[in-house]
Ligand binder design. Structure first.
Ligand code: SF4
Length: 64
């Protein structure tokens, strides 16, 4: 199983991830990202890989 993990120390909370991958990441009430799909379903792996690459702070990682 593949998990999308957030490094809370590195995350700047600017929301590019949940704007670009709304099926996987959502915003909580404070505007911080929350992982919706854990483990990541195989059909969403491509989207998960893209959002990892998209995070400018390198705060997202896929782990097996
Ligand atoms: S794009 Fe990266 S740094 Fe920005 S809110 Fe999402 S996880 Fe945090």
């Amino acid at each position: 199983m593949t998990h999308l993990v957030i490094d809370r120390e590195a995350c700047a909370g600017h929301g590019l991830c949940y704007g670009s991958a709304p099926g996987i990441v959502e915003s909580d009430e404070q505007g911080d990202p929350v992982i919706l799909a854990d483990p990541v379903p195989s059909g969403l792996l491509g989207q998960a890989q893209r959002v990892v690459a998209y995070c400018p702070e390198r705060a997202l990682e896929l782990r097996e």
